[in-house]
Design a protein around this ligand. Structure first.
Ligand code: AMP
Ligand code: ZN
Length: 112
């Protein structure tokens, strides 16, 4: 499959690993938008938030269990933002579900 993040998971494209378990992989965004900018992805290919269903949503729980662990590891005790871009209007550029963890500074109140 021609998916950038599946290639990262396969080790075909290098990434700066931050966290990994059986279901989840996290790595540094190549173009950070904040002092800490980590991407958390399922090892299973899911195209976007719009493709989450009862059949595959267990891994989403695994991702959200990993997020506080990663935040602690990254020193984000003062808070952080978790977001996922979905589809054309959401400006999703990589079609493999990913959650951005942004922090390390006071973030903009603007989200749209
Ligand atoms: P989105 O625009 O929400 O689909 O987010 C995709 C993110 O992937 C962007 O923030 C990119 O900077 C990031 N990205 C693209 N290629 C790589 C890569 N090879 N390694 C790490 N992050 C990447
Ligand atoms: Zn993929």
């Amino acid at each position: 499959m021609d998916c950038l993040f599946c290639k990262i998971l396969a080790g075909d494209i290098p990434s700066a690993k931050v966290y990994e378990n059986e279901w989840v992989y996290a790595f540094r965004d190549i173009n950070p938008q904040a002092p800490v900018h980590v991407l958390v992805i399922p090892k299973e290919h899911i195209a976007s938030a719009d493709a989450i269903s009862a059949e595959n949503s267990a891994v989403v729980a695994r991702i959200f269990e990993a997020i506080p662990v990663i935040a602690k590891q990254e020193g984000l005790a003062n808070g952080y933002r978790v977001l996922t871009n979905c589809g054309e209007d959401g400006c999703q550029s990589v079609k493999h579900l990913h959650f951005h963890i942004l922090g390390g500074k006071k973030l903009s109140e603007q989200m749209g």
